[in-house]
Design a protein around this ligand. Structure first.
Ligand code: NI
Length: 162
């Protein structure tokens, strides 16, 4: 396992569309482990492969930090979204920057797990927000694109970022 460099605001790769993962080989499994480690080391609640410079449709999400394993999702797709909630959102690619974003407060996501098994994940609140945020990354979309105008702020020592 290894920490990977997190691509930051202004890096063109963050605007690119990630490709479907066709084969889950050892390189993909290694990438997922590295993403998980990199996210936790940066106190993130989510990370997408593009943020470590790999244009593949993979996300890792952990909103609990209670020692339970992170969600590791390959080719994730939102198949159902419900409700609305305002979140104070950040991003590992935008250190210390936060803004208010309105997202669904309940989503259902279909994906493959790291063993290629089809899984369905239901998320509410922060988990719904994190899933939406990371899946947006796979299409080159960033939270600053959908933030409520005028809400972007700089906060040092914040606890969590997507
Ligand atoms: Ni992000």
């Amino acid at each position: 396992m290894a920490l990977r460099e997190i691509r930051k605001e202004g890096d063109e790769i963050l605007r690119k569309k990630s490709r479907i993962v066709e084969v889950i080989d050892d390189r993909i499994k290694e990438l997922i482990k590295d993403m998980d480690e990199t996210m936790h080391s940066a106190n993130g609640v989510g990370i997408s492969a593009v943020q470590v410079g790999v244009l593949k449709r993979i996300i890792v999400v952990d909103v609990n930090y209670d020692g339970s394993p992170s969600l590791k999702l390959i080719n994730p797709e939102i198949v159902k979204a419900k409700g609305k909630e305002e979140f104070q959102e950040g991003c590992l690619s935008f250190p210390n920057k936060f803004a208010k974003v309105i997202r669904p407060n309940e989503v259902t996501v279909k994906a493959l797990d790291e063993n290629g098994k089809q899984v369905t994940i239901k998320g509410k609140g922060l988990l719904a927000e994190a899933l939406c945020h990371e899946i947006d990354h796979l299409d080159g979309k960033l939270f600053i694109d959908i933030m409520e105008p005028g809400t972007l702020e700089y906060i040092e020592n914040a606890e969590e970022q997507d």
